[in-house]
Structure formats: structure tokens, C-alpha cells
Design a protein around this ligand. Structure first.
Ligand code: GLA
Length: 506
């Protein structure tokens, strides 16, 4: 199986699976010496040529990671980072580009290679220290490629330029909404002769680099969409077999974020393939925020999987696509409330769960429901990627999208994902610790009852984790109004109305 340049037809069909099998060998510790005279054949970096590589690995490498790294460092002594990087690339290539003679390497060696690849590299691009904010075309504009009938609403450079202009002129950029993200259907149906991705020539006549320049000139960043499989979900060329080339293309175009979707592939390939794309993005030297759809395609997700994902991706979708509806918003909130696999615990600076786009300003939500989405995405430390027509967003929606206090909760530097601590009779209480740690918290009372008639809810502050003996100033997150000063054992009371969120912050 290849995720890089080699033509799929040249690959030994079962190599990937054999490697995976072998990597599951019980408790074997091996030292392997690889003097490989054929390195140039597989286009390795010069660093590896002619050197002897010792790998010390156990299949329990996860438990003994530190030890393996030390062994590796002893061997390489100097320049280890570069060497390990190159070695890793080599290992990927062994798996992916293996010409018949190279594949005569012992399968156990290939297995070790797989382990090492997982072992030595992790995403550390300095990005997404807080949840990314911006605009993304998918929910509002989907795959509309008909620029004749819909000149203003089709996926085209004009659309992204117009949204970039509006992010600036309507004041969104200065509040942190920096990314302008292209989603599916931007490409030409075919790659160019040399295998490069190319945008649709009619809808993007000036090319993506020129669009990136435009977006950058406005103080914004440009995101793009691709897919890990052979095709995007919309049927355009996917990155499988072209990962390195695509990463390099994105870097050359000046891309700042890459969303890698997961259609048209075997799901079991993802946990090797997504890290590989991350590796190639990293290799370009251009910081590109890496958004993975990987977990959204995996049914059973446990904490170990989330830890792995967080090691390789900046943000990741883990649940269904959002549509323009309250059912979708409330379904996502419920999924995040359940927190299956404790995914909330892997969120933090550099890594965030992505419950999908903000749909404020569209048509599906009432005003109160828009308040809920905004408040809950803030409490959940979620990326704030709006998908709306910024030209027609109503003033009340815009005020919510631009509420500085809500944004500050979302962008809190601790990056802690808030969790649900109470769910009772349709009422939920969510808490998110804020900086300075131990002193401030944000909490939300979320009422999902559809029955009418207000009623009062009271809850003691200390049960929300507000334990400071000095007490707390409690402020309404939406209005900034001081609700009062409370001791930690005091109860906070709210009137709950239908489908509403009240959000407070010290
Ligand atoms: C998937 C993703 C969506 C969007 C579409 C594009 O469904 O989850 O967010 O990118 O593909 O085809």
C-alpha cells in the first residue's frame, strides 16, 4: 500500500497488511542492522547513504518509548533529529514504494519500521495554540460548481475573495476569525501531467497561489481541502499515492491549513496514512495547520486512539457533518456531552476536537438556538469556523459571532475542553476551567426542554469546581453584566426558558 508517489500498480499487494500483522508480534525485542546499498534506488536523502542503521525496538515500544529513543540517539549521537526524520521517511518509503528487490527485506524489519515511524515523529508545528477561527465554505455553499446559474454562490476564487473582504470589513478578522477555508470541489477533475493537483481553471482562473496572496494581503490565512483516499467525498482527485507531492504543492501555493477528509479509502489505512500526510506537511517547512477527519470515520474510538490522533493532528472531526438544523447542533452537543473515549481530555493548546462548523447567520436556527451553538462551541473549546454568507448575516447573529466575552472563553489560553457535569430532566450544566487555573471558570446552563413555562434552577458554585474561599464575581457571558458576588458554597440560580443557554464566567 502506498501513500506516496509510486504508481499503485507496482506495489506488492499485501505488503501493508503483512507489515501490520508483523508489527503485532508479541514482546519481541530485536536489534536490526540494515546496510542498504540500494538506498538511492528508493530516492532517499543522502544522509542515510552508506551508513549502518541500528534499530532497537520492541513491539511494546509504546511502553518503552523513552528507552528506544535513547538507543537511537546513542547510535546517531549527533544530528539525530535529521537522521531520525530521514530514517522515518525511508521507512515510509520501504513500506510504500517497495520495488520487488527491496521487499526482500525481512518482514520483521518492515514491521520495525512501522513501529519506528509511529515512535519518533509527532506534529509540533506551533499552530492552533487556541481553537482556530475563520470561515469555511462547505455547509453554506457545498459543492455548487455552477457559476453560470449561481455566479455569487459557486465554489470559485471570487467567493473566497469576497468572504476574505467581508471578514475584514465586517470586523471579524480583528476578533480572531483569520482562516478563509476552501472545502471540496475546488479542483479540476484531473491532475496535471506531472501528477500535481490543479484548481478548476474556469472557477479559479488565477490559481490558488494568487488567491493565497490575496488572502494574505488582507491579513488572513488560506485553508484548503483534500482527502486521504483516492477521491474526495465529492469525487475529485484524492491524495492517496500523491501525499508528498500534494503537501509540497500546498506549501508552494502558500496554504496555511489543510483539511484532510476520509472518503474513498479503507478506514484501516487511516492510522498510518494520516500521520504520513502530517509528516509530509511538516517536511515542507511551511507551517500548515493539519485538520484530520480520521476519527469521524472510525466507529469505536478509545482514549488511546484519541491520544494518537492528537499526536499527529492539530484539529480533528470526530462526529457527523453539521447541516443547517437544530437537530444537528443538539446531536453534536449530546455527542460531546457523552464524551465517549474521554476525547475531551486530549484537547489542549495545539490540539482540538472539531464538532464542525458554526452555522450562525444561516437559516436553520432560532435566535436562542444560535446562542446555544455559540455558547457551547465556546465551552467545548471548538474551532470557530463559520459557514454562512457573511454578506447577509443578520445583526443579532453577527453580535453573537462577535461577542468578545464568548470568544474569550473559546480562546482561553489553557485550551481546556469544557465537559458536561450534570444532565437531568433536559437540563445540562457544562464547565470549562479558564486561566488563571484554579481561579476562573466558565459554566453554562443548557436547557433542552421543549415544554414551555419558565422554572428556576439552582446549583452550588463549589460543585462547578469554584472552590476559592475568597468567592467569585459572576458575570453573564452574553451581556457582561455582573450577576453578583458569590461564596463557593452559595447557589447560583437561573430561570430556564426553552432551548436556551445561559453562560457565566467569573
Ligand atoms: C465530508 C466532510 C464535510 C465536507 C464534505 C465535502 O462529508 O465531513 O465536512 O468536507 O465531505 O465533500
Amino acid at each position: 500500500m502506498s501513500w506516496s508517489r509510486a504508481a499503485p500498480s507496482k506495489l506488492p499487494p499485501s505488503s501493508h497488511h503483512r507489515a501490520l500483522q508483523a508489527s503485532k508480534m508479541p514482546n519481541t525485542c530485536l536489534a536490526v542492522s540494515l546496510r542498504n546499498p540500494d538506498l538511492s534506488v528508493i530516492h532517499l536523502g543522502t544522509v542515510l547513504e552508506g551508513i549502518t542503521v541500528f534499530l532497537f525496538l520492541c513491539d511494546r515500544w509504546d511502553a518503552a518509548e523513552g528507552e528506544h529513543m535513547q538507543n537511537l540517539k546513542k547510535v546517531y549521537n549527533s544530528k539525530e533529529t535529521k537522521l531520525v526524520d530521514d530514517l522515518q521517511l525511508f521507512l515510509f518509503e520501504v513500506i510504500s514504494q517497495t520495488a520487488a528487490e527491496l521487499f526482500t527485506l525481512q518482514i520483521s524489519v518492515v514491521a520495525l519500521v512501522v513501529c519506528l515511524a509511529g515512535l519518533v515523529w509527532s506534529l509540533d508545528n506551533g499552530l492552533a495554540r487556541t481553537p482556530p477561527m475563520g470561515w469555511l465554505s462547505w455547509q453554506r455553499y457545498r459543492c455548487n460548481t455552477d457559476c453560470v446559474q449561481y455566479p455569487d454562490d459557486c465554489i470559485s476564487e471570487k467567493l473566497y475573495m469576497r468572504m476574505a473582504d467581508l471578514l475584514v470589513s465586517e470586523g471579524y478578522r480583528d476578533l480572531g476569525y483569520k482562516y478563509v477555508n476552501i472545502d471540496d470541489c475546488w479542483m479540476s477533475r484531473n491532475r496535471s501531467k506531472d501528477g500535481s493537483l490543479q484548481p478548476d481553471p474556469v472557477r479559479f482562473p488565477n490559481g490558488i497561489k494568487s488567491l493565497a496572496n490575496y488572502v494574505h494581503s488582507k491579513g488572513l490565512k488560506l485553508g484548503i481541502y483534500e482527502d486521504f483516499g483516492t477521491k474526495t467525498c465529492g469525487g475529485y482527485p484524492g491524495s492517496k499515492f500523491y501525499m508528498q507531492q500534494d503537501a509540497e504543492t500546498f506549501a508552494a501555493w502558500g496554504i496555511d491549513m489543510v483539511k484532510l477528509d476520509g472518503c474513498y479509502t479503507d478506514v484501516s489505512d487511516m492510522d498510518e496514512g494520516y500521520p504520513i500526510m502530517g509528516f509530509y506537511l511538516n517536511q515542507t517547512g511551511r507551517p500548515m495547520l493539519y485538520s484530520c477527519s480520521w476519527p469521524a470515520y472510525i466507529k469505536q474510538k478509545d482514549f488511546a486512539l484519541y491520544q494518537k490522533i492528537a499526536k499527529y493532528c492539530n484539529i480533528w472531526r470526530n462526529y457527523n457533518d453539521i447541516g443547517d438544523s437544530w437537530d444537528d447542533v443538539s446531536g453534536i452537543i449530546e455527542y460531546y456531552g457523552k464524551d465517549g473515549g474521554n476525547f475531551s481530555k486530549v484537547a489542549g493548546p495545539g490540539n482540538f476536537n472539531d464538532p464542525d462548523m458554526i452555522i450562525l447567520g444561516d437559516y436553520g436556527l432560532s435566535y436562542d438556538q444560535q446562542r446555544v451553538q455559540m455558547a457551547m462551541w465556546a465551552i467545548m473549546a471548538s474551532p470557530l469556523l463559520m459557514s454562512n454568507n457573511l454578506e447577509t448575516v443578520k445583526p443579532e447573529s453577527k453580535a453573537l459571532l462577535q461577542n468578545r466575552r464568548i470568544i474569550a472563553i473559546n480562546q482561553d489560553p489553557l485550551g481546556i475542553q469544557g465537559t458536561r457535569i450534570v444532565k437531568m430532566n433536559g437540563l445540562e450544566i457544562w464547565v470549562k476551567p479558564l486561566a488563571p487555573k484554579g481561579k476562573s471558570i466558565a459554566f453554562a446552563f443548557l436547557n433542552l426542554n421543549h415544554g414551555g413555562g419558565p422554572s428556576k434552577v439552582s446549583y452550588p458554585l463549589n460543585k462547578l469546581g469554584a472552590m476559592s474561599p475568597q468567592g467569585y464575581n459572576v458575570t453573564d457571558g452574553f451581556t457582561g453584566k455582573l450577576i453578583g458576588t458569590y461564596k463557593s458554597k452559595d447557589k447560583i440560580s437561573v430561570n430556564k426558558d426553552t432551548s436556551e443557554t445561559k453562560e457565566y464566567v467569573k
